[in-house]
Ligand binder design. Sequence first.
Ligand code: HEC
Ligand code: HEC
Ligand code: HEC
Ligand code: HEC
Ligand code: HEC
Ligand code: HEC
Ligand code: HEC
Ligand code: HEC
Length: 246
Amino acid sequence: MRQQVSRLTVLFVILIGALVAARIFLVPETFGELGHFRAAAIGDIADLQVKYAGRAACAECHTDVEETRLAGRHASVSCEACHGPAADHAEDPMARQPEKPVGRALCTLCHGYDPSRPTGFPQIDPAIHNPLQPCTACHQPHAPEPPVTPEGCSGCHGQIARTKAVSHHALLPCTTCHTVEEEHKLNPSASRPTKPAARSFCGRCHAPDATPPPDIIQQVPRVDLATHGGHYVCWQCHYPHFPELR
Ligand code: HEC
Ligand code: HEC
Ligand code: HEC
Ligand code: HEC
Ligand code: HEC
Ligand code: HEC
Ligand code: HEC
Ligand code: HEC
């Protein structure tokens, strides 16, 4: 019993000693002078360079963008949340132009699906929500609206459209491969669209010497038309609306 008490006492003495030592050696000098912080930090922080101009600054010159933003669903998102810190630009617009965030990374930071986000916050799964295309192709960043689901082909051929949207042919409009008369959308059976009929059709983009339309930005994989797939039509093996082989 006595032994335990003395052990405990020794433990307490060590602990208190450690606390006193910490107070003396580890707490910075000016700590506590003005409050529960290091008084000298005020000067250090004041010396830091200001990087963000703040919401109000941008509106002074970019009134049009500011008005658009305030009227839309991004009213609560500050300019610099997307364009990065821009105090230097606000001071001297010609010194540096803020970045224009293109691509999908910025938007998915907030809109990528995450179960911990509040229900009702607009979220998408970037892997299946119109992959390959930049978000700004369909959404205006300063006043985003979910655009009306495009009518046209997907209104009636939804399954094909959804399949194609996640395939390597996502960027090809339906009309790249089908010629469709206006009449077809009113009276489908009366006017049937054309369908590719020969291997050479796919060769327009996939033959070694083909020159695909310039707006097809991706690298188009090439095959030797004379030997690849024998004499079968390409869609014997590749579903044209999802051509990758799994
Ligand atoms: C003193 C006026 C002024 C202020 C303040 C200002 N800008 Fe600018 N901004 C300009 C001018 C001028 C340009 C160049 C316009 C051009 O080249 O057409 C520009 C260009 C830009 C561009 C690039 C446009 C492009 O086409 O590349 C962005 C983005 C931008 N500003 C964002 C901001 C943000 C964000 C803020 C607030 C932090 C801000 N600006 C504050 C005047 C200002
Ligand atoms: C949600 C993100 C986001 C916010 C918030 C945002 N921007 Fe932008 N901004 C963009 C993107 C993305 C582009 C590029 C658009 C494009 O290339 O089509 C852009 C483009 C611009 C441009 C170039 C001209 C144009 O209209 O394309 C200017 C100037 C600009 N933004 C200023 C601002 C200012 C000022 C604010 C705040 C009032 C602001 N932005 C808020 C994402 C944003
Ligand atoms: C800093 C976070 C943030 C970033 C980055 C951001 N957004 Fe948003 N977005 C929001 C908030 C907040 C709302 C409004 C949500 C609400 O009203 O409930 C919103 C709303 C939207 C909506 C409206 C959805 C609906 O159902 O009405 C669309 C579309 C959208 N954003 C697209 C984009 C795009 C495209 C980009 C990239 C250019 C982008 N967002 C970048 C925060 C962000
Ligand atoms: C090809 C056009 C297209 C592209 C590219 C696109 N979207 Fe959309 N987006 C739509 C359409 C159409 C809707 C409305 C129908 C739907 O929900 O699918 C929508 C809806 C949304 C919504 C609202 C979802 C909701 O539940 O309210 C958000 C947020 C959104 N998109 C964000 C993005 C982001 C972020 C990107 C880029 C990573 C992006 N979109 C790329 C067409 C597009
Ligand atoms: C109003 C609904 C509707 C719209 C809009 C529509 N289609 Fe159709 N489409 C149909 C129906 C129904 C058929 C089947 C007709 C039949 O078998 O008689 C069909 C058949 C087709 C066929 C097959 C023809 C064949 O001979 O096998 C193609 C290809 C096609 N559509 C492409 C398109 C494209 C591309 C678009 C958009 C530009 C489009 N369709 C828009 C309803 C529609
Ligand atoms: C890369 C070229 C290509 C693109 C892009 C394309 N198609 Fe097709 N489509 C074909 C080919 C080739 C066939 C014939 C397949 C067969 O005969 O087995 C076909 C057949 C069809 C058919 C009839 C057979 C079926 O699968 O039901 C419909 C309907 C159709 N396409 C609709 C569409 C729509 C809608 C789009 C856009 C969302 C589209 N296609 C985009 C190449 C394409
Ligand atoms: C007999 C079945 C068959 C036919 C017919 C066929 N392919 Fe393929 N294709 C394949 C297989 C299997 C692969 C994957 C293995 C490989 O790369 O050879 C492939 C791969 C491809 C690739 C991807 C090459 C790469 O480098 O990623 C392209 C593009 C392609 N085919 C286009 C076509 C075109 C265009 C036609 C018609 C001219 C066609 N194929 C006809 C079986 C076929
Ligand atoms: C207008 C140009 C164009 C036409 C016509 C076209 N393709 Fe493609 N195709 C592409 C592009 C672009 C890609 C690659 C997109 C990417 O991966 O980013 C591609 C990719 C492919 C791939 C590779 C998928 C993988 O796994 O990498 C195959 C297979 C393919 N196409 C088959 C076909 C067949 C079969 C046809 C004819 C029905 C056809 N393509 C017609 C442009 C075209």
